[in-house]
Design a protein around this ligand. Sequence first.
Ligand code: NAD
Ligand code: TDX
Length: 339
Amino acid sequence: MTIIVTGGAGFIGSNFIFHMLKKYPDYRIVCLDSLTYAGNLSTLKGVMENKNFRFVKDDICNREGVFALFEEERPDAVVNFAAESHVDRSIEEPQIFLQTNILGTATLMDACREYKVGRYHQVSTDEVYGDLPLDRPDLFFTETTPLHTSSPYSSSKASADLLVLAYHRTYGLPVTISRCSNNYGPYHFPEKLIPLMIANALNDKSLPVYGKGENVRDWLYVEDHCKAIDLILHKGRVGEVYNVGGHNEMKNIDIVKLICKELGKPESLITYVVDRKGHDLRYAIDPTKIHNELGWLPETKFADGIKKTIKWYLENREWWQEIISGEYKNYYERMYKNR
Ligand code: NAD
Ligand code: TDX
């Protein structure tokens, strides 16, 4: 079995590649990634020498390159992680989100049609459902919750999802979609809440909490997401959407305080800054479908996962220090100075 994994030099894609190469020693995994600011080849150094692994640097929007790769590899399946993934960047500069997240998805699916690929899996997000109110803890996103997006990022992901379902209905392309809640774990790019707070706290820098820090996210350890995608790929029903989440809702401020506590840093580092525009209040996934149909359950409890994650950032300082010492500095200035 040959699987093309796009966006595999990023956070979740790389963790998925590690999971697949370990679990299926006879599978061939081809990673297609254009190495944007969020892609990092050093993340993949542990698998570069693996004879079942190949890395290809290219853009999923490059039709010629994508078709040539499919011609050469004749993949059995494609798992698409490649995306612009940061909400704050999408608010600053939406265009590239439309390009990669929508047109890139269409290009990959066109290649799947041409080469009769057995499965196209789209890695989507719970953000396509918009948000839930903070005072209705009884409400959750199910697969039939209407799409109702808030940011250019989530709108681009929702557009891609609609396109994926349209390719299934119109062309019979064998697709599946997973919509997962917020992931955390190793190799998470330090622009996102948890790694940003860990890196800043370790450098005794202020911890910028948007608004009052009351917004709620439903956190899932990245390995549990990878296992869910693996299950959907092998056992999921074609044409179906599966929500993935671990019923682990937390307020941002509680996460930041927990990180301070784990690292022995004072809460006085916390600074409340101007809120994100259009900031979604609460995400909460109902994972009943994937549990009932495929037997998936999250295995890592947040209390253990966050400890493992912090330990990883302590033991892999060079990985994130190299990132935050480069172009990231300009991003941080732009995003947080005078906020
Ligand atoms: P990431 O930003 O860490 O990684 C994205 C990867 O895609 C990078 O390696 C980047 O180089 C690559 N890429 C970007 N544009 C490309 C292009 N045009 N061609 C080829 N490669 C390109 O993202 P992530 O957090 O690992 O998210 C992966 C996927 O999972 C995304 O589709 C995202 O929407 C989805 N998702 C993320 C989360 C989360 O909490 N991080 C939750 C649910 C869903
Ligand atoms: O500096 C910060 N301060 C802060 O208060 C940052 C970076 C974030 N936040 C808040 C905003 C959110 O309420 O923390 C929460 C989490 O923010 P992000 O890490 O940016 O994630 P989020 O916007 O929830 O989106 C993530 O989950 C869904 C991923 O980035 C998406 O790719 C995924 O689809």
